[in-house]
Design a protein around this ligand. Sequence first.
Ligand SMILES: Cc1cc2nc3c(=O)[nH]c(=O)nc-3n(C[C@H](O)[C@H](O)[C@H](O)COP(=O)(O)O)c2cc1C
Length: 336
Amino acid sequence: MTEHSTSTNSYLEMLKNSPMFGAPLAGVSTPSFRKVVRLFFNGLIFTEMVSVEGLIRKGSGTMVFLRTNDSDDPLGVQLFGSKHESYPDAVKVVLDTITPAVIDINMGCPVKKVIKTNSGAAMLRDEANIAKVVRAAKSACGNVPLSIKIRLGWDADSINYNEIIKIAYEEGASAVTLHGRTKAEGFGGQVHYDMIADAKSRAKLPIIGNGDIIDMETYNNMLNTGIDGVMIGRGMMKQPWIFKALADCKDPDGYLDTRNLKDLIFTIMDYEMQNARGSRYLDVSKKYIVWLMKGLPGAASLRNSVYECGDRQKLDDMLENYFSSIKDIPTDQSSE
Ligand SMILES: Cc1cc2nc3c(=O)[nH]c(=O)nc-3n(C[C@H](O)[C@H](O)[C@H](O)COP(=O)(O)O)c2cc1C
């Protein structure tokens, strides 16, 4: 049973309006992308994961992850790092720089570079260290609530989500996000809804269910586990309007007509340009353009031309021509 009432738990408070959070996505959840998501969602959105070690050095390459946009509220900052002794200073750097609604610790990332430093999903294998990390981070958070984001365990033989959730609760965390896979499963196979339901039924703090939410069916599957809220990652990355669609009980496929989609693509380019780190904004924009156009008639053959185009004006013309050549049809992105 969740012991926290909505009046005392900020995560539950935020979930009252809409039971969804936008996931931390390295390389995607930039200030400009978050601003795009904000067009469709006023709930909690996370930053990309930020290195605790980089923060305590105040390295410019790390501090850039704390940049915000003018609509970044509520914002969650996600940290990664395995050394408990680094957390108090790192959290202090965050709180001296911006005012996040919550701070989260990544304990689920399966990427080799992260695992090699015993961070991300590698932390699932050392419960004693998790306790120290949560305690250390919590000691510096003040009134800012703390959560952790985990997987079910390292592999099928070491499932330990219930133990970790208990530790998080005992050390003062306010919520746990649970991606319904082990580290060994990566992003493959089915999400284990039964284990998410089990976690929720035992937890004394709010559980946010995560994994494969892309439409009403998968959203309902997750809600049916009884969890307090859901976190959406790749569904947001490819269809940032997913939050609005699901809130309207609609699938994101077909939710935007081509005119709105075209406007959104131009908005993304403008936001990327405003937040540009150098002239790379066009390259960054192209990846979103291709994702957003997926499934439109002829979009697959346009993909290469988009990637090859190095000039904003030419890209604008190409997109204008393309969109005026197709009828105002709903965007059915499931067809490709
Ligand atoms: C491109 C990409 C980047 C990610 N970056 C992070 C990250 O920085 N921190 C984190 O906790 N998880 C990260 N994840 C995992 C997602 O937050 C999420 O847990 C996972 O994708 C499952 O949810 P989904 O099926 O809704 O995408 C990333 C996933 C992807 C695909």
